[in-house]
Design a protein around this ligand. Structure first.
Ligand SMILES: [Zn+2]
Ligand SMILES: [Zn+2]
Length: 301
């Protein structure tokens, strides 16, 4: 932590399912005082933590927004690699997972899948059993899902489509400041409600060139996400100090290329005139009196 603020948010991965090397799977690091939370663990979350110099074993809890695999596929890596004896890992306390209904099933399945590795490393490397233990806290309703002193996280329901339930966003409060993250959702009033007056509102977005927008398979994907103009409306109504995009879904076909970042900004500007950042991997936000944006330099161990 630097001297400006002890509340920091870092986008570890700003992509979706597409295995892009420049935008890893969805994952966001929250640092508040001595606490470190991860929201989702998409592909490559451990690599980005390593680049930041954050030991995998120091994550206090993993919060899940929903169960699409692009948000969870990094969990076994964080859980298992974070237990190793090297300085980039060394978790000695249980791996704590907080999520809506479904977290127990996911984590017990992973424990079954990796039981042999756990046994081998316990016997061979004598890694501490408590460091690979799993504690799951499932919730069914909106409300506080994590609390430590003046740091708390509130889960709120979002709308990722009728068949994709449960789906949640989170509002993170620390020392009188607040950050909201939409999770995956289409335009949803709850993001306005829980994002209202936040210092930072992080929203997902999906964009496609108009030529491709009428294709049925594209329509189906777009129906699960928020268009830039809609996100702009959310920002305009919630009025955060800073709005930022993550989970950038750029749809394309073999014939029609993806929209550009300029297109994304121009579309958002149709409905929103306030401060805006298009997230990129390892972009961080210091939440102090003002919100300062940094592109964090790699300091791999
Ligand atoms: Zn997603
Ligand atoms: Zn999703």
């Amino acid at each position: 932590m630097n001297d400006q603020s002890d509340f920091r948010v870092t986008l570890l991965g700003t992509g979706g399912p597409r295995p892009r090397p420049d935008r890893f799977g969805p994952s966001t690091l929250i640092e508040a005082g001595k606490q470190k939370l991860l929201i989702d663990a998409g592909r490559g979350a451990t690599i980005r933590l390593y680049e930041l110099g954050v030991s995998l074993g120091t994550i206090d809890a993993l919060l899940l927004t929903h169960y699409h695999s692009d948000h969870t596929i990094g969990i076994p890596d964080l859980w298992l690699t974070g237990w190793l004896g090297s300085q980039y890992a060394r978790r000695t306390k249980p791996f704590r997972v907080i999520g809506p209904t479904g977290a127990n099933e996911l984590m017990s399945g992973l424990q079954m899948a990796y039981a042999l590795d756990v046994k081998i490393r316990t016997d061979d490397e004598q890694l501490p059993p408590q460091g690979i233990a799993v504690i799951v806290e499932e919730f069914k309703d909106e409300g506080i899902v994590f609390q430590a002193g003046n740091f708390r996280v509130i889960g709120f329901e979002v709308d990722h489509g009728d068949a994709i339930k449960p789906a949640y966003g989170y509002r993170i409060e620390y020392g009188g400041r607040a950050v909201a993250i939409s999770g995956d959702t289409r335009y949803n009033e709850n993001v306005v409600k829980y994002g209202a007056g936040a210092d930072l509102l992080i929203h997902e977005v999906a964009i496609v060139r108009p030529e491709l927008a009428s294709e049925p398979y594209i329509q189906r994907i777009l129906a699960h996400h928020t268009a830039p103009r809609e996100a702009g409306t959310i920002f305009e109504r919630a009025r955060p100090k800073l709005a930022a995009f993550t989970h950038l879904v750029f749809l394309a076909s073999e014939q029609i290329p993806p929209a550009s970042l300029d297109d994304l900004i121009a579309e958002t500007r149709q409905t929103y005139g306030g401060p805006l950042e298009v997230g990129e991997d390892l972009m961080s936000f210091e939440i102090g009196e003002t919100v300062n944006v940094r592109r964090t330099r790699s300091k791999a161990m």
